[in-house]
Design a protein around this ligand. Structure first.
Ligand SMILES: Cc1cc2nc3c(=O)[nH]c(=O)nc-3n(C[C@H](O)[C@H](O)[C@H](O)COP(=O)(O)OP(=O)(O)OC[C@H]3O[C@@H](n4cnc5c(N)ncnc54)[C@H](O)[C@@H]3O)c2cc1C
Length: 380
């Protein structure tokens, strides 16, 4: 009899896992894939929406298009998880799977930064990207403050991509000379995987005359007075505030005690939690060492989990340990994209190979999305 795998969350990690299980292990597992939403969109699609290159509807990939042997998608919101028994309750049903995979991603804690929801902007949600698109279209000049409001956050390059693309937008609009751009972030340097990678991003900021303030953390903003309050007690003025919101584990994980230190702890070699038959992949998990929150790492973790589940069922050899490997593309604006190959767990410290910032990586990044669209949704 086939074993039942329940995947919570149909994002980067959940979609890849369902696809792998269907492709390679359909003879031993039945998969149920749950998500509270009706469609998926890539994280980087928010940049498309923010700069009006595509509409929100154009970037959505409906789950109704998923047609994979042995996989059933259900639109349900997870309301409870008992990791000891693997019992999951949703707004519509309950489940007792043989294997449970938590792939619920990361949500945002807007209230953690007073003033942000009332008078700031963000582009980490699709709705926020749409609002910022309209704000940017109306913006005629002034002080723009872009701030990373907490760690960890999704996609380490994404705040800097946003800044580079805003610079490009203001330049195209002919108003760049009347815009002062400043970035604050709590890290010691941008994208701190290695010095060489940080240098790509610091260089990008300097070339575009964007003032960089490392180890500066905005705690709250006062939109009425156009002032951001920093943890140091300092204040910074702004006319337009764009924040990368504080992240948190989605409900119901905190209430279920599954994220005692903020995120679900896993053995990073195989993504198993301490509870038998329960795994966690992607943004929702943490481990002894840092692996950034990005789709590419969720995807590679899904591969390991698919192999580990199959090995457990069939008694085959366990897969090689997860090594936190991935290729990251980042937009620098003006038709330029950087490419960095990274591995966070294969050596004693993170290793990265930057391949530069080049026009030809624009097509590679597009191809990256196209292959996933085809693989997960059967779309060309
Ligand atoms: C602006 C921006 C740019 C980015 N660019 C890149 C990039 O270039 N490359 C890259 O690799 N990554 C990028 N990312 C990061 C990437 O989007 C995420 O890291 C990735 O989606 C994480 O995958 P995941 O499967 O862990 O979670 P997600 O893809 O977020 O999926 C989690 C799913 O769980 C569902 N869910 C949550 N709670 C519940 C519940 N209670 N019940 C039911 N369903 C629930 C959600 O609806 C969601 O569909 C970017 C992110 C942003 C914001």
């Amino acid at each position: 009899m086939k074993k039942h795998v329940l995947i919570l969350g149909a994002g980067f990690g959940g979609l890849e896992l369902a696809t792998r299980l269907s492709e390679s292990y359909e003879d031993v597992v039945d998969v149920t894939l749950l998500d509270r939403d009706d469609s998926f969109f890539f994280g980087y699609s928010k940049l498309e929406v923010m700069f009006g290159r595509q509409s929100a509807d154009e970037v959505r990939l409906p789950y109704g298009d998923i047609a994979k042997d042995g996989v059933e998608f259900r639109r349900e919101t997870v309301t409870g998880i008992d990791p000891a028994t693997r019992r999951v309750t949703t707004d519509k049903s309950s489940y007792d799977p043989d294997f449970l995979v938590l792939a619920l991603g990361a949500d945002y804690d807007m209230a953690a930064t007073p003033g942000l929801a009332e008078g700031g902007h963000e582009y980490y949600t699709l709705a926020g990207a749409e609002r910022l698109r309209d704000e940017l279209a109306a913006f005629k000049g002034g002080r723009v403050l872009i701030s990373v409001l907490g760690q960890p956050f999704k996609c380490p390059p994404a705040p800097f991509e946003g800044a580079f693309l805003m610079h490009e937008h203001f330049t195209r609009e002919g108003i760049r000379d009347s815009v002062d751009m400043t970035m604050t972030f709590p890290m010691q340097r941008p994208v701190p995987v290695t010095t060489a990678v940080s240098q790509l991003f610091s260089g990008g900021l300097a070339e575009r005359d964007i003032d960089e303030r490392p180890q500066h953390l905005v705690k709250s903003i006062d939109p009425a007075n156009g002032e951001a309050q920093l943890a140091s007690g300092e204040t910074l003025p702004f006319d337009l505030f764009v924040g990368i919101p504080v992240h948190r584990a989605p409900d119901p994980l905190p209430a279920c005690g599954l994220a005692p230190n903020g995120w679900v702890f896993v053995d990073q070699t195989n993504l198993r939690t301490e509870h038998p038959g329960v795994y966690a992949i992607g943004d929702v998990c943490t481990g002894a060492r840092t692996v950034p929150k990005a789709g590419i790492f969720a995807e590679d973790a899904a591969r390991v989990v698919a192999e580990d589940i199959a090995a457990t069922i069939t008694g085959a050899e366990s897969p090689a340990p997860y090594n936190g490997w991935g290729i990251c593309y980042a937009e620098f604006g003006d038709g330029l994209v950087s490419k960095v190959e990274v591995s966070f767990l294969s050596a004693s410290s993170a290793e990265a190979e930057p391949h530069g910032i080049r026009p030809e990586f624009v097509a590679e990044k597009a191809e990256f999305g196209a292959t996933r669209r085809a693989r997960w949704f059967g779309r060309t």
